[in-house]
Ligand binder design. Structure first.
Ligand code: HEM
Length: 473
């Protein structure tokens, strides 16, 4: 396989806009639309207003960062060394909303940092430390896996927010449903769903990649796995966006949560009376150890909880992964040509693109006072284990800044590590490989329409909100 030009393949390919560039560009366009809005009517006015809302939201988010006051007192607990305190906010920080991977890169000068935001949290920056923390649930509990903790949910997510041994029992329930054999059985459905979507887009020459492909593709697979008609997919997309795109609006997240659970409850009741060959019916026959030691059937509430987690773990993640992959490939034609010339390159490309865009930010809670990564941590303190920081560690990834589709021994942590390592990684890899193969077989040459500013979301999952792609037909 030919090697990409190293100069065209370092982290600068991934860099987005600086905060000032982003706000300046947005300000110019906001002023232009505001000036003409009053002269438009009907559909044109609606479209302009919609775009204006999008731009204002993006501008406000970008501008909020540097001027934003710290959430809590800027002081830090006495046991935290002052030189480790840094105003990092991976949820609302402007640098994370413009170039999240670059923002992490700027933290690598220290092995561990303390952010005073969101109640205060540790940030580990070395792959070895991040892996060790993910692998030791007895030191770092999954009792709440987000920073900030989800205020809208009282019940835990199964199995994500359980620690072993409780975790092990529920993990065993879902593992076979997404094991390699189960995914292979779905390959034909994944292929045909992907082909149908791309066939519908290829002649258009222009798409908004997120809404037109990256959301519907995994959502259709998910509805198929749940045994639902494909028409239900758009409903799931709406709920998913309400749930995961509103870090600052807990009431919208709560409403979406209630709607999804209502839907799942009805579905579970239907499958109880009339089982089918689908995931819900399979979960209803599963067992877990009871308090007395013997096995008992999983309850309807537990099935609902497991399905809810699959919903939030399996959709937004694949959408984000697809969008980061296509963002990179659109900007880096040398890399794209490698995939087009030889589809055998694609599995390696998927791994490397997952590494350089490791977009999940798991969090843990310290179970007892301990020393770790050279600092004193106290029981109850939160810890951010950013998979992107692990991906940027040159100790694990020589020439970490290079995007190499033929990188040997690519042990990235995009899917996490330890007992909670992604249960859906085989499905995710199959979806990503299929999408890259089928897209490039039909649409080998495309570019980003730079007329629209790129807006991102940050927090638990880093993602791109909208990605306009164009090609000639
Ligand atoms: C590229 C796409 C994906 C990425 C990058 C990803 C990443 C991750 C990560 C990092 C974790 C660990 C979180 C933690 O330790 O707190 C995780 C857990 C999980 N993921 Fe994925 N995921 C993806 C797709 C999927 C899909 C398609 C499914 C659907 C089946 C899925 C199901 C799960 C489940 C059930 C867990 C919890 C496992 C446990 O707690 O034992 N994921 N994922």
């Amino acid at each position: 396989m030919g090697k990409p030009d190293p100069d065209a393949s370092d982290w600068s390919d991934l860099d987005l806009l600086t905060i000032d560039e982003a706000t300046d560009r947005l300000d110019v366009e906001i002023a232009a639309i505001t000036a003409v809005l009053g002269t438009l009517d009907g559909g044109e006015r609606d479209a302009a207003q919609q775009r204006l809302d999008l731009l204002v939201r993006a501008r406000d988010r970008a501008a909020a960062g540097p001027k934003r006051p710290l959430y809590d007192a800027p002081s830090h607990p006495a046991h935290v060394p002052a030189d480790l305190v840094r105003d990092v906010d991976h949820v609302f920080g402007a640098e994370f909303l413009t170039d999240p991977f670059g923002a992490y890169r700027g933290l690598r000068d220290q092995r561990v940092l303390w952010s005073p935001n969101h109640g205060g949290y540790w940030i580990l920056t070395r792959a070895e430390d991040i892996r060790a923390a993910l692998q030791q649930p007895e030191l770092f509990s999954s009792v709440s896996t987000g920073i900030p903790a989800h205020a809208s949910r009282k019940e835990k997510l199964y199995p994500l927010e359980l620690d072993p041994p409780e975790h092990t029992a529920y993990r065993r329930v879902i593992a076979p449903l997404f094991a390699p054999r189960a995914v292979t059985a779905r390959t034909a459905a994944i292929d045909s769903t992907c082909a149908a979507l791309i066939d519908g887009l290829a002649g258009r020459g222009r798409v908004e990649f997120v809404a037109d492909f990256a959301e519907p593709f995994p959502t259709r697979i998910f509805t198929n796995i749940l045994g639902l008609p494909v028409a239900e997919a758009s409903r799931f997309v709406t709920w998913n966006n309400a749930l995961l795109r509103n870090a600052d609006k807990p009431e919208l997240r709560r409403d979406a949560h209630i709607a999804i659970n209502g839907y799942l409850r009805d579905l579970i009741a239907q499958r109880r009376t009339a089982p089918r060959d689908d995931v819900v019916s399979a979960l209803l026959t599963a067992t877990v150890p009871s308090d007395e030691g013997a096995d008992r059937p999983v309850s309807d509430d537990e099935v609902q909880n497991l399905c809810f987690l699959l919903f939030i773990a399996g959709l937004d993640t694949v959408t984000a992964a697809l969008t980061w992959c296509f963002h990179f490939l659109a900007r880096n034609p040398d890399h794209r040509r490698l995939l087009v010339a030889d589809k055998g390159v694609i599995p390696g490309a998927v791994e490397e693109l997952l590494r350089v865009h490791s977009f999940i930010n798991p969090a843990r809670t310290v179970t007892h006072d301990l020393e770790f990564a050279g600092v004193q941590m106290l029981q109850g303190e939160r810890l951010l284990l950013a998979t992107a920081l692990a991906a940027q560690d040159p100790e694990e990834f020589p020439d970490e800044a290079q995007v190499r589709f033929d990188r040997p021994g690519n042990r990235h942590m995009a899917f996490g590590a330890g007992p909670h390592r992604c249960a859906g990684s085989h499905l995710a890899r199959d979806e990503l490989t299929t999408a890259l193969e089928q897209w490039h077989a039909r649409i080998p040459d495309y570019a980003i329409d730079d007329a629209e500013p790129l807006t991102l979301h940050a927090g638990g999952v880093f993602g791109i909100d909208r990605l306009p792609l164009v090609w000639s037909t």
